[in-house]
Design a protein around this ligand. Structure first.
Ligand SMILES: Cc1ncc(COP(=O)(O)OP(=O)(O)O)c(N)n1
Ligand SMILES: Cc1nc(C(=O)O)sc1CCOP(=O)(O)O
Ligand SMILES: [Mg+2]
Length: 225
């Protein structure tokens, strides 16, 4: 029997299509800009959109991502991920546990889990996660995070030994994403730096290119995972 076809999480820039940053711009327009710039991983993060609107937005954004060949993950809501046909979910401490998300979504879905350190990453692997979102790497004003800022050194230490691919989040921007990638991170998750840009597509291109440059440096010195 064939193994289930779970997509792998593309390496590189990971963008948040977020309704809390620049809330006046509709999610579908944000997604269109991000995808026009070549975004390959889009997380739909809806914290202030009423549930039925969120379902409609999820269906639109997932369909647009699929047309563009991008992976779309829904933040928090396993129900919306299922109903919209998303590739998976990203869950944290206040969401369904990863095991339950996996049980509901099945083996073909991607499940990402928020972690604060190495022990959390080991637990996420045991729970069936595919990758971890580790942060905050830098200070952020997008969300009040109840965990210390790791800094690049603290982040890199977890990346080196994590049993799962690590996506860095929190204050990641054009000025620091190459350094983040050079730690061997699998991805760099960005919300405000890209969503506040005048030209979202151009910002995606620049962030992606900077990540790839940093990752190339990491692989040259043997720091790649
Ligand atoms: C890639 C990535 N990493 C971490 C988070 C944070 O998720 P969570 O802890 O559930 O917090 P909210 O995003 O729900 O506020 C993330 N969204 N993405
Ligand atoms: C949603 C989120 N989670 C974080 C965590 O550390 O768990 S930091 C964060 C905000 C990311 O937004 P920006 O790119 O604007 O800093
Ligand atoms: Mg959450």
């Amino acid at each position: 029997m064939n193994a289930p076809a779970r997509p792998s999480l593309p390496r590189g820039l990971y963008v948040l299509c977020d309704d809390t940053v620049r809330p006046e711009l509709p999610l579908r327009e944000k997604a269109a800009g991000l995808l026009a710039g070549g975004a390959r991983v889009v997380q739909l993060r809806m914290k202030r959109t009423p549930l039925r609107e969120a379902l409609a937005a999820a269906r639109e954004v997932v369909a647009a991502c699929r047309r563009a060949g991008a992976v779309c993950l829904v933040n928090d809501r396993v129900d919306l991920a299922l109903l919209s046909g998303a590739h998976g979910v990203h869950v944290g401490d206040e969401d369904l546990p990863a095991e339950e998300a996996r049980a509901l979504l099945g083996p073909e879905a991607l499940v990402g889990v928020t972690v604060r350190g190495l022990e959390d990453a080991k637990a996420a692997r045991a729970a069936g996660a595919d990758y971890v979102g580790l942060g905050p790497v830098f200070g952020t004003t997008t969300k009040q995070v109840n965990a210390p800022v790791l800094g690049l050194g603290g982040f890199a230490a977890v990346v080196r030994t994590s049993p799962l691919p690590v996506v860095g989040i929190g204050g990641v921007k054009l000025e620091n994403i190459a350094e983040l990638a050079a730690t061997g991170a699998h991805g760099g998750a960005v919300a405000s730096d890209v969503l506040l840009a005048e030209d979202l597509a151009e910002r995606v291109r620049r962030l992606s290119a900077a990540f790839d440059r940093g990752a190339q440096g990491a692989s040259l010195v043997g720091g790649d995972v």
